[in-house]
Design a binder for this molecule. Structure first.
Ligand code: CA
Length: 223
């Protein structure tokens, strides 16, 4: 794969570039947000590893701007900011997953494989999934509500697709994680679901305490 590595730290950047190349990837390594901006939109890039703190800008802003242009590029955020609200911010801005520094390179490679695998799955089917006013088009990788586009991160999209594919049946946390975020920790599932609710309809996804989540089809029977 062609990976765009955005990391200003010289030592970490070198180490990550070497690890990614050892794993068989081509790496474009940039150290400034201004350079990353162009590379992230380059069609030859298959995935990005993105540091948040850059000398000339914030990785979050890069990510927001990328997603606002409908890009579904798989993005793994790496960050030294350990505060939970920063992680939330990263996922909300459209990151597929995040890693807090320091991390093992094996972990980075595994997470990267996972976010790319989720992205690649999108091209396999052409069905439209629907519930109420919400329509998910698997082929075009779009979601609309009342005909209006809803912007979702790749992980949110994968979660919504999994819930819609199994409408009216409870999906366990494990099933959802396997489908949409196989290498993430369990805590981020709730963050993604919470973002998904906010972007679609608040009570659209029901929590089944201690088990998982379900989308229930609104029924008109008996009315
Ligand atoms: Ca940095």
């Amino acid at each position: 794969m062609n990976i765009c590595l955005v990391e200003d730290d010289l030592l970490l950047g070198r180490a990550l570039q070497a690890a990614l190349e050892d794993a068989g990837h081509q790496v474009v390594w940039v150290r400034m947000a201004s350079n990353a901006r162009d590379w992230l939109r380059n069609e030859s890039i298959d995935a990005a590893v993105l540091d948040l703190g850059l000398p000339d800008g914030d990785g979050i802003e890069l990510l927001r701007s990328l997603r606002s242009q409908q890009s579904s590029l798989p993005v793994l955020v790496i960050t030294a900011r350990e505060a939970l609200d920063q992680r939330l911010l990263g996922l909300d801005a459209g990151a597929d997953d995040y890693l807090v520094k320091p991390f093992a390179t094996e972990e980075l490679l595994a997470r990267l494989r996972a976010v790319v695998r989720r992205g690649g799955n999108w091209l396999d089917t052409d069905a439209k999934l629907q519930s109420g006013a919400l329509v998910l088009d698997e082929q075009r990788v779009t979601v609309t509500k009342d005909g209006q586009a809803v912007q979702l991160s790749p992980t949110e999209f994968a979660l919504l697709r999994e819930l819609l594919r199994h409408k009216n049946r409870v999906r366990t946390r494990r099933q959802l994680e396997a489908a949409a975020m196989p290498d993430s920790d369990s805590q981020s599932l709730d963050v993604h679901i919470s973002n998904l609710r906010r972007k679609t309809q608040r009570d659209f996804i029901r929590t089944v305490r201690g088990v998982g989540y379900v989308i229930e089809e609104p029924t008109t029977q008996g009315l």
